[in-house]
Design a protein around this ligand. Structure first.
Ligand code: FAD
Length: 382
């Protein structure tokens, strides 16, 4: 599949990674049903993450002095592409690998880097993102969770919402108010790393439409944090979180969310003699995917040059999630248009899962409307 999408060449050293990853996935994922594989970066499997880490495939872009792979963003792109297209269960380490590690590397103290980065690269420390709150999703700058300085460090009070994997992660990087009031918006926000095993933290899981439980409400009731919980500068949280969102939005996970389903449908077509309409649809979807992959690669090139492609990432995420959401609907229509043909149960189960979960693709990581606002501002249109 990936070969069919490749319009331009990746660096040879990054491409060289592919066969080993494929061989590992062939062995590890053998026999897993496609409705399970379709969960991919929603699939939490700590043992799988540790097996990847043993091969040097977690924290690949972190410097070797911190236990990372010392590789560039293209290597991570190849790895991510292979993992996502195969439906590997990468959720346990994904957030730490994609954004918490790079954030700590960029803004953390020497001690924070020494403490957290080797654990991330070994898949021993899993992270979650504490941004959204009950009244502050899109309007993130209006958040109300507050950390107040005390003799021993910080006292944290408030609530986060929709926090993916908080119930299984070791740490949260939380965006909180450390001075001023919600009306001060971008001023007075800071990022703190929160050890989720501390007293005063209550985590309640929320079920989603598919029956899975991956996100949570997290309550902080006067949680005592040490001084060195602060990541970066006091009051600089908004600028830091904006840079973090570029990591969050720029990866190939924003184009490959329905890939396991697409592959399963193509396999079904191959086995059941596709008609012309099916072939036209398959070609149309591939023709959309190929330039999206190019754009995702172009973002990777910016990350490899240590740039922070905030607007470009919003654009690719918006276009990518549109295709990810169109795929299950178009495939469902195509299957319904040929009622006489046998439809394998596992394909239908995979389709049902992706149809149910895909509305969230354009919510998580910033909604479609918010991204379009970012793009419009970047183009000077608002
Ligand atoms: C699967 C999933 C996982 C998530 N994981 C995390 C996580 O790990 N950590 C985390 O912090 N958050 C997480 N979120 C939360 C996510 O970031 C928020 O749901 C998202 O930012 C939207 O916020 P909201 O739900 O409060 O909706 P609202 O902000 O209330 O938005 C509701 C609707 O109004 C629209 N809207 C809002 N403001 C505007 C505007 N100014 N202009 C035009 N339209 C507007 C939105 O686009 C949306 O359609 C997750 C969400 C999902 C679905």
């Amino acid at each position: 599949m990936i070969e069919a999408l490749s319009l331009s060449e990746l660096p040879a050293s990054a491409q060289a990674l592919r066969p080993a990853v494929r061989a590992f996935l062939d062995e590890t994922l053998a026999g897993r049903p496609t409705d399970r594989l379709a969960r991919s970066w929603m699939g939490f499997d700590a043992d799988f993450s540790r097996a990847l880490a043993q091969r040097g495939w977690v924290g690949m872009t972190l410097p070797t002095e911190y236990g990372g792979g010392g590789k560039d963003a293209f290597h991570r792109f190849v790895l991510a592409e292979e993992l996502l297209c195969r439906g590997a269960p990468v959720s346990a380490h994904w957030i730490a690998d994609r954004q918490s590690g790079p954030l700590i590397l960029k803004y953390g103290t020497a001690a924070q880097k020494q403490f957290f980065l080797p654990k991330i690269a070994a898949a021993e420390a899993f992270f979650c993102i504490g941004m959204s709150e009950p009244q502050s999703g899109s309007d993130l700058a209006g958040l109300r969770t507050r950390a107040t300085r005390s003799a021993d460090g910080w006292v944290l009070k408030g609530q986060k919402l929709w926090t993916t994997n908080a119930h299984k992660a070791h740490y949260m990087i939380a965006l909180v108010r450390t001075s001023g009031a919600p009306e001060d918006r971008h001023q007075g926000l800071s990022q703190l790393v929160v050890d989720l095993s501390l007293p005063g933290i209550t985590i309640r899981t929320i079920g989603d439409l598919t029956g899975d439980a991956h996100f949570n409400e997290v309550f902080f009731d006067d949680v005592q944090l040490p001084h060195d919980a602060l990541v970066g500068d006091d009051g600089a949280g908004w600028a830091q979180v904006t840079a973090e969102l570029a990591f969050e939005r720029s990866g190939p996970e924003r184009i490959y969310g329905s890939m396991v389903l697409f592959d399963a449908w193509l396999a079904h077509l191959r086995a059941s003699s596709a008609d012309e309409l099916d072939l036209a649809l398959a070609g149309r979807l591939l023709a959309h995917l190929a330039p999206l992959r190019e754009m995702s690669l172009a973002l990777t090139a910016l990350l490899a040059r240590s740039q922070s492609p905030v607007i470009e990432a919003a654009l690719v995420k918006d276009l990518g999630t549109e295709l990810e959401q169109a795929m299950p609907t178009l495939i469902a229509d195509a299957l319904a248009a040929s009622p006489g043909r046998e439809r394998p149960e596992m394909l239908l189960r995979t389709l049902a899962y992706v149809l149910q979960v895909c509305p969230s693709f354009s919510l998580r990581g910033g909604t479609r409307e918010i991204l379009r606002g970012v793009i419009a501002r970047g183009l000077g249109l608002r």
